[in-house]
Unconditional design. Structure first.
Length: 616
């Protein structure tokens, strides 16, 4: 039994050895797996790191901003954008360069105070504007900042610069568009007023003078309408070039818009210089310009204001030159006028008149007077013309020649014209209800009213609203407005005639009729302008025109009506020439409604024996 003990001990020892070996193998296998996982994670981490580095490198290489890194003052890295910025064909041209050499001397203190010498300061460096110097010596403005980094295990500074060349060019283009007229390249109103304001302050300091010249082309609209806007634009460019040739380099020529130009003469030599410049402009504009294969001459009306005589404010000087320009137009165009206080008083009066017209519409201060139209053959009143008057509480009875031009310029004439149409139809309705013998009533149509292609609808609705027969309404159209757009005029006239009203061409002979269109106008009468009637008995040319108009009217199947008949001699000559109707002071002045009613009720007329005709 004692002999088995050693065997048992040996067996136990062998078991323990095997167990330990197995445990060691298991532990080794576990550690191997852990080491494998660690290696796998390291490979993944390295892959991610390489991927991140690749992305970062790609980003640095593709970013449009220039990036370069310097360590100990020397460039150690430059991306492609940095090569482009500095004009280098490859990064090697920049590597090793002293970083300060890339910045011109005036800006080196910014580098020295911040990003170049002090890593901590570089970390706090704000963005700034500076210039960098290309390898070819050209300076480029950039937006710049730097920051401290570790690069190749060395304390370094990364510089980032954004080239401002494109932005500056864009800003310059935007500024140019905001301050210049794109058609002519001249300064616009804003830039002109800015220069004028600076010139006034300079003149005030030095005791010098200034002159402002407002130039408006005469009849420019005719060029635009007949040749088209492209030729109108070409003419404006030609005028701009001609104006620049009339002044010194130190002066300013600007375009305000449309066909309006303005000049600033800075410290003109003597008071007479602006007038001499105006004459020079007139001479240059008088040179024919070739447009669409034809020569065209466009003149200009010029107004002049001066500093300090006419004011010390830019807007005031410009406005007063504008006032003087309108005075030049009123004086016959193609000339110039200096501003005077009298012009300002006239303008103030005009503004007051315009304001009064607005109030007149609101307060119903307008009235109609009526002038008979007499048939020469029978002597009977066969029509009346309703003439507008303004019964102002402050000014009394204002004649139309004083307020109608103001109403037309301010476009109040459209509202006034609607009031006249409404009043005329209401009056016809009231007369008919009262038993007054009705004859056709004529009213005048302004150009701006006729330009409205819905005029026929307005006439029809007004007649219907007052239940007035169309045959009792007549519209008088001026010769000029009928010819502004003949085809549209003909279409509108046909629609008006379809309503049943009559149409007349007023002031015939004062415009520029095209007879090929006149024969197509569906009108009933031609009214001879009173300027020809007035000279009928002592101006042979006027007599010839009257005779020609009467014969033209009859050849077209129209009635001829003479306006402004004031003497029996005029009456007899008109009757001898076969004129159909007359209107004027000889028979009756325009009268208020009550007198017109009395005249219609009494049947008063003209004795045909007075002018040698027989009653029919």
């Amino acid at each position: 039994m004692t002999a088995d003990v050693p065997d048992t001990v040996a067996s136990r020892s062998l078991v323990r050895e095997r167990t330990a070996r197995k445990e060691a193998e298991t532990l080794l296998e576990q550690k191997s797996r852990e080491l494998y996982d660690i290696n796998l994670n390291l490979r993944s981490l390295n892959a991610h790191l390489e991927e991140s580095e690749g992305r970062y490198r790609t980003l640095v290489e593709l970013i449009p901003d220039a990036i370069w890194i310097h360590s100990a003052g020397r460039v150690v890295f430059a991306n492609p954008a940095a090569c482009t910025l500095f004009g280098a064909s490859a990064p090697e041209q920049l590597l090793g360069t002293d970083a300060l050499n890339l910045v011109p001397a005036p800006f080196r203190h910014q580098m020295l105070e911040g990003t170049y010498s002090d890593i901590a300061a570089a970390q706090r460096q704000p963005r700034c504007l500076l210039q960098v110097e290309r390898l070819d010596g050209r300076l480029v403005e950039v937006e710049f900042f730097g920051c401290a980094i570790r690069f190749d295990d060395a304390d370094s500074i990364m510089n980032v610069a954004h080239d401002l060349t494109e932005r500056r060019a864009h800003e310059k283009a935007m500024e140019y568009q905001a301050t210049h007229d794109l058609l002519t390249g001249l300064p616009n109103r804003a830039l002109f007023l800015d220069r004028l304001a600076h010139a006034i302050r300079r003149a005030e300091r030095h005791g010098s003078r200034l002159a402002v010249m407002f130039v408006d082309l005469d009849k420019f609209k005719a060029v635009n309408d007949t040749l088209g806007h492209s030729f109108g634009d070409e003419l404006l460019r030609v005028v701009a070039a001609q104006l620049k040739l009339c002044v010194r380099e130190s002066d300013t020529v600007a375009r305000l818009g449309g066909d309006e130009f303005v000049l600033l003469l800075d410290d003109p030599v003597g008071p007479a210089m602006p007038g001499a410049i105006a004459e020079r402009i007139g001479a240059r504009l008088g040179v024919p310009v070739m447009l669409a294969g034809q020569e065209h001459v466009v003149t200009g009306s010029i107004g002049i204001s001066t500093y300090p005589e006419d004011g010390g404010d830019a807007e005031v000087l410009l406005r007063q030159a504008d006032i003087a320009m309108y005075r030049a137009k009123e004086s016959g165009r193609n000339g110039f006028q200096f501003f005077t206080e009298e012009m300002q008083r006239r303008l103030d009066a005009r503004v007051a008149l315009e304001q009064g017209l607005h109030r007149a519409l609101q307060r119903n201060e307008f009235v109609l007077h009526y002038q008979p139209q007499v048939d020469l053959a029978s002597g009977r009143v066969i029509g009346i013309e309703a003439l507008l008057r303004w019964q102002s509480p402050e000014l009394g009875l204002v004649p139309p020649m004083q307020f109608i031009p103001v109403a037309e310029e301010s476009n109040l004439i459209v509202a006034i014209g609607q009031w006249v149409l409404e009043k005329a139809c209401a009056t016809l309705r009231r007369w008919q209800d009262s038993g007054v013998p009705l004859v056709p009533m004529a009213i005048n149509v302004a150009a701006s009213q006729f330009a409205n292609q819905d005029l026929d609808k307005l006439v029809r609705s007004t007649l219907d609203r007052h239940a007035v027969e169309p045959r009792f309404l007549s519209l008088e159209l001026t010769e000029g407005l009928s010819m502004e757009d003949p085809e549209s005029s003909i279409a509108l006239m046909n629609r008006l005639k379809a309503i049943g009203i009559t149409l007349s061409i007023d002031d015939f002979g004062t415009g520029y009729s095209n007879l090929s269109y006149l024969k197509r106008f569906p009108v009933d009468k031609l009214k001879i302008d009173q300027s020809f009637t007035r000279g009928l008995t002592f101006v042979p040319e006027d007599g010839a025109i009257v005779t020609a108009v009467i014969r033209l009217a009859h050849s077209l199947g129209l009635r001829a009506v003479a306006e402004g008949v004031e003497t029996v001699e005029q009456l007899r000559m008109l009757a001898a020439e076969g004129c159909d109707e007359i209107q004027g002071y000889y028979f009756s002045r325009p009268v208020p409604e009550e007198q017109m009613i009395t005249m219609l009720q009494s049947g008063i007329g003209l004795d045909p024996a007075v002018h040698g005709s027989q009653s029919t």
